[in-house]
Ligand binder design. Sequence first.
Ligand SMILES: Nc1ncnc2c1ncn2[C@@H]1O[C@H](COP(=O)(O)OP(=O)(O)OP(=O)(O)O)[C@@H](O)[C@H]1O
Ligand SMILES: [Mg+2]
Length: 357
Amino acid sequence: MPDLSLKNINKFYGKVHAVKNIFIDVPTGEFVVLVGPSGCGKSTLLRCIAGLEDISDGDIVLGERSIAGLAPRDRNIAMVFQSYALYPYLNVYENIAFGLRARKTPQAEIEKQVNWASELLEIGDYLKRYPRELSGGQRQRVAIGRAIVRDADLFLFDEPLSNLDAKLRDGMREEIKRLHAQLGKTFIYVTHDQIEAMTLAERIILLRDGEIEQAGAPLGLFEQPDNTYVAGFLGSPPMNFVDVSVSGETLTLPDGQTIPVEGALKHGTTLKDGEFTWGVRPEHFSHSDHGARILRANLEVIQPTGSRSYGTFKLADTRLMAELEAHVGEQDTREVTLSVALERTVFFDKETGKAIR
Ligand SMILES: Nc1ncnc2c1ncn2[C@@H]1O[C@H](COP(=O)(O)OP(=O)(O)OP(=O)(O)O)[C@@H](O)[C@H]1O
Ligand SMILES: [Mg+2]
């Protein structure tokens, strides 16, 4: 029995069809991340669930009841926004307690809830401060605190970390994941950041132009993308796409180098002869001259990150990136041999971009 069911959700803003025929079932307690580029309809879908936008067509079922016609406050859904939306003239305690007071919750219960939330979010020392006296990360925690004291059935997050600097974002990501485990509630989280989606989600729903492009477990989407769009969206640095041709057991690269292609597809299927878009992630390369699948590369640019180095090279006109061990390229020559983990790479139909399995 799904906790939340989105049934054929459509949303028009005048002529703009922002959300198209969306069906999603979310079981109780799942952490779902809606991800996709700017303008793909993530916030619109979330706002439709919260009741901040009317849907043009379809139904939303939460628990056992249809909530599509209910006012936002009758849906028992908590939402955290990117812009925190704290009350500037209320201190942290009163910001967190605001919704409880509005519901005429007894004082003792308010006390208990605010203490519980502030301990969980480690903001107990700031309860008397005003929002302007807090850092961005602390403000965001207060906004989350205000949402979780409500004991809502469903928690919605719209890019809650995008105003924070990179380091704080990493820390908060971990806290949100821990919070989800502790509350055991259903979370729907919107982000355009693929790393955030990968690290947080139990299930990623990747949207494109208001439609679902692919949905599934993060590593499932990452390792078995349905098409070049999904493959290119997930992963940083992104997957390399290379035009190749396959004939018999041989794959020919743009600069004429060849590698044996046997076993390129899983499940014993063989690749038919033809032209393909070959998807190789930077980490599918390694600096090695062992094995059958070796190519020569002349590293043009090397970007060390400390733990790994990213090397750029060209095969004819195609520029590729390889993830290599630190210190590769420090030698006199930048001519290196790279081995490819062919079985991890993905072949796509050159015309449709669909993955070949
Ligand atoms: N109030 C509105 N009136 C008209 N069009 C709107 C309105 N709100 C959103 N849209 C349009 O609907 C589409 C989806 O917008 P939405 O805000 O859901 O995108 P998003 O995926 O959240 O993007 P972002 O990552 O930039 O926040 C966009 O084309 C946007 O211009
Ligand atoms: Mg948005």
